[in-house]
Design a protein around this ligand. Structure first.
Ligand code: NAD
Length: 363
């Protein structure tokens, strides 16, 4: 098969880590007989340097013409980079918000995976995490409290602020469908997280999720209140497969979940719209402090490429081959500086990419 992949190398460590993910994809292409036609797109600081703005129509059109987009990360050091002397809507991050909006990316996937080999980085007791865990948080990204009407006014002599949390059934249904589809590619379990004991929006969330579940009899649905979920993540993280939740709860829970893995350089992410298209990127930023030094961990970006194969291109076997190669390289003791522990072998960005490439095998 031939796939069109938009590639946004981005800023800081972005170009270095994206180069490793491309090596991995090229290896997959040659093993499985695919062609990945890459088209480089500019976004963020690199786009400001070339065009004076963080995103152009060409970037949006290029992304729209692609089956999926793989991105490094964008942005620079806010204290020293000239990009941050520009007005806010011309700064690197504005490009990211614009592309998410232009492509209608409403579903945010944040995996939190603890590899048994990296269990030492996890702040939880070993008895809770033995064997590792693999959680996927699916967060609604374009509705809810962050997008509702808001105002601040003086009422009865007191400064009073109001934020509104709105969801309609269509917004809930489309993200619930994504959750069940994704669960089918994993362990067939969805835990939907809400605050249905208090909020009307949560009661509607629960009702619509139940309706969608009827179309997926092979997937188990259960509900959990958000306060309980926050506790359960640190009490028994192994109980979770797919967590489905609204925007603000997802914002908080996905950061909590990433902390219990302890390894920022290992965490992938994706944002999807209502087609199979997705934008795939590591969860971390552009790490300007280590840019250009061959120190960055490329694994989050390589795992983002694996998610791209799984969720946008529907190539499960190929995605599994990448995931196995990453596990194998960790088992064999190779580590970049951020995940280094005694007795392991320290490698740079490029060598980590090479070691993963040489472990990719057809099952
Ligand atoms: P960061 O994630 O870039 O870095 C935080 C710390 O983690 C740094 O010490 C860094 O060296 C380390 N780190 C991050 N990724 C690593 C990797 N792959 N390997 C090894 N170490 C790694 O966060 P920050 O410093 O707060 O932000 C830097 C820039 O990135 C800012 O401009 C910020 O706006 C931007 N940012 C972009 C995105 C994105 O593109 N989606 C996300 C977060 C931050």
């Amino acid at each position: 098969m031939e796939y069109k992949i938009g590639v946004i190398p981005g800023d800081g460590i972005g170009p270095e880590i994206v180069a490793q993910a491309r090596k991995v994809l090229d290896r997959v292409a040659s093993l499985y007989g695919h062609t990945f036609a890459y088209r480089e797109l500019l976004l963020g600081g690199a786009c400001i340097d070339r065009h004076g703005v963080p995103i152009t129509d060409e970037t949006v059109e290029g992304a729209r013409a692609s089956d999926a987009v793989l991105m490094g990360s964008i942005g620079g050091d806010a204290k020293t980079s000239p990009w941050y002397k520009l007005e806010p809507k011309k700064r690197p991050e504005a490009g990211l918000l614009s592309i998410r909006k232009a492509l209608g990316l409403f579903a945010n996937l944040r995996p939190a995976v603890l590899y048994p080999e990296l269990a030492g980085a996890c702040p939880l007791k070993p008895s809770l995490t033995e064997g590792g865990f693999d959680i996927l948080i699916l967060r609604e990204l374009t509705g809810g409290l962050y997008f509702g009407d808001r105002h601040t006014a003086v009422e009865n002599g007191l400064r009073t602020a109001v934020d509104t949390l709105t969801y309609n059934e269509e917004e809930i249904r489309r993200i619930a469908v994504k959750a069940f589809e994704i669960a089918r590619k994993r362990k067939h379990s969805v835990i939907s997280v809400d605050k249905a004991n208090v909020l009307d929006s949560s009661r509607l969330w629960r009702a619509v999720t139940e309706e969608v579940a009827k179309d997926y009899p092979d997937v188990t649905l259960s509900h959990m209140l958000v306060d309980n979920c926050a506790m359960q993540l640190v009490r028994d993280p192994k109980q979770f497969d797919v967590i489905l939740t609204e925007n603000m709860f997802g914002d908080i829970l996905s950061d909590e979940a990433s902390m219990i893995t302890g390894s920022i350089g290992m965490l992938a992410s994706a944002s999807l719209n209502d087609t199979s298209f997705g934008l795939y990127e590591p969860s971390h930023g552009s790490a300007p402090d280590i840019a250009g030094q061959d120190k960055a961990n490329p694994i989050a970006t390589i795992l983002s490429a694996s998610m791209m194969l799984r969720y946008s291109l529907d190539r499960q076997e190929e995605a599994d081959a990448i995931d196995r190669a990453v596990s194998q390289v960790l088992e064999d003791g190779y580590r970049t500086g951020d995940i280094m522990t005694e007795g392991c072998q320290l490698v740079g960005t490029k060598e980590m990419g090479d070691r993963i490439v040489e472990r990719i095998r057809k099952d």
